[in-house]
Design a protein around this ligand. Structure first.
Ligand SMILES: [Zn+2]
Length: 253
């Protein structure tokens, strides 16, 4: 089976005006396959895909840093639900205020589940980005009934190992869904005039104590200092720690 990029590349040559024979000659892909893709470029949602988790680990086809980012998004604002016949929908609510993050979310979903089409549904103030597959619960075994803060959220061994080797994408996903980079500022009067001082910091807020613990444990593993700002909020404000977060995460876009 050809991967998604190959299928799209062949179709873009057809779109550019080349005949099926020419594209076939150029790419080495059969004319019949290319013609089939012009009708349906995506395989049926999630049905033909092999399970991306086998032998208790993620298969090498799934890019681990993309998975780690998607895990952060899922734990922040994601929801998996059964839609029938073993097929599950994975939906992530993305605020309309950050259009770039909606695109990043869509890319992460198709990166982890390339055989499923990613759809966008407009809701009030947010866009629900989602895709269908039989394997979303295999990829995210934290799936369960009710809101995440009402149940225990623990990573499996393979997930924890993956997060240990790709910690920054997880933090980026968590900040992109349930966090923010904010700047407080103050002015000081100096001989040269009034000068403004900015104090950037990162906040992360989640109702689930388990998810907050995962966030702070990952910060600890990277030497990022944090403080519990209040019951639900974790703050990163020390200059060196903010600099590290800026290098790997930055402001939302
Ligand atoms: Zn599976």
């Amino acid at each position: 089976m050809y991967d998604r990029a190959t299928r799209h590349q062949a179709l873009s040559l057809v779109d550019a005006g080349m005949s099926l024979n020419q594209v076939s000659h150029r790419t080495g892909i059969s004319r019949a396959a290319i013609r089939a893709w012009t009708v349906r470029v995506e395989p049926l949602p999630g049905v033909s895909a092999e399970c991306p988790v086998s032998d208790g680990r993620l298969t090498p086809e799934v890019p681990p840093s993309t998975y780690s980012y998607l895990l952060g998004l899922y734990l922040g604002d994601g929801c998996i639900s059964h839609v029938g016949k073993g097929v599950h929908s994975m939906r992530i609510a993305c605020a309309d205020a950050w259009p770039g993050l909606i695109d990043s979310c869509a890319e992460a979903l198709s990166g982890v589940m390339p055989t499923s089409k990613v759809g966008r549904t407009q809701c009030k103030g947010c866009t629900s980005v989602g895709s269908y597959s039989k394997h979303w619960p295999c990829l995210f075994p934290q799936h369960g009934p009710g809101p995440k803060h009402t149940r225990s959220i623990e990573l499996t061994t393979w997930q924890q190992e993956l997060v240990d080797t790709h910690p920054w994408p997880l933090l980026r996903g968590l900040i992109h869904s349930d966090g923010a980079r904010v700047t407080n500022w103050t002015t000081r009067r100096l001989a040269a005039g009034v000068r403004r001082y900015d104090y950037p910091r990162y906040f992360f807020s989640n109702k689930s104590a388990d998810i907050r613990r995962l966030y702070t444990a990952t910060l600890d593993s990277l030497g990022v200092e944090w403080k519990q700002a209040n019951a639900l909020n974790v703050s990163v404000a020390r200059r060196a720690s903010v600099a590290l977060m800026d290098e790997h995460i930055g402001a939302k876009y």
